[in-house]
Design a protein around this ligand. Structure first.
Ligand code: MLT
Length: 206
């Protein structure tokens, strides 16, 4: 997968996995990673799907309706890519924390829904429920931040709450933060996520 890797102060430290929104690239979230943890390694990955010139991580049938077979396939593909990248660059495969926005948050959610060992934690900005009817793995103690909008036209507030319940029921330690905005990623949300990361750093770094 097309990507950027930036070594942090220590390769054995956390690696932030950056996953952009539809129409974005691997460049988009780099400033955000620098704000959240300037010392971490950064692996920023471009989605492999080209939807009329817009990059995404998996196909959709129409806005808001996912191609579930493709989502499962792309989730596996990303998981394998993470192992390959860890081998190539020498970072710790067990210390990956995802930061995803919108479509990127959705594939991060799908990684969490499929496997308890891929992500150590996650910051999900405006995610949806990636798949329904799955039995989630045991996510005990996995710290997850969800940033949601009370007026998000792409993700209704009930869906953000549904995602929180699903992840919490699987044992994850979920913080749901509301912004009185829509789908956009605001400076306030980024700051709250940054504070959450700082407060959870001990657990995220174990
Ligand atoms: C998706 O397709 O993942 C969601 O609708 C969010 C987006 O617009 O990318």
């Amino acid at each position: 997968m097309k990507h950027i890797f930036k070594k942090g102060t220590d390769l054995t430290n956390t690696t932030l996995l950056l996953l952009h929104g539809t129409g974005g690239t691997e460049q988009d979230l780099l400033p955000l990673a620098a704000q959240v943890d300037p010392q971490a390694n950064v692996l920023s990955v471009r989605g492999n799907i080209d939807e009329n010139g817009m990059f995404r991580y998996f196909k959709r049938l129409r806005p808001g309706v996912f191609d579930e077979a493709d989502l499962k396939l792309r989730t596996e593909e990303l998981k394998h890519f993470l192992s390959d990248a860890a081998n190539e660059y020498g970072f710790d495969r067990n210390k990956i924390i995802a930061i995803g926005y919108s479509n990127g948050a959705n594939i991060a959610g799908s990684l969490l829904f499929h496997d308890s060992n891929v992500l150590k934690g996650a910051i999900l900005h405006h995610p949806m429920v990636p798949l329904r009817g799955l039995e989630l793995p045991d996510l005990s103690g996995t710290p997850i931040f969800i940033g949601a909008g009370t007026n998000d036209p792409i993700c209704a507030s009930e869906e953000s709450e549904e995602l929180e319940h699903l992840l919490s029921n699987a044992g994850a330690d979920v913080t749901l933060h509301w912004e009185n905005h829509g789908h956009q990623l605001t400076g306030t949300e980024i700051n709250v996520a940054k504070e959450w990361y700082k407060a959870n750093k001990n657990r995220l770094y174990q």
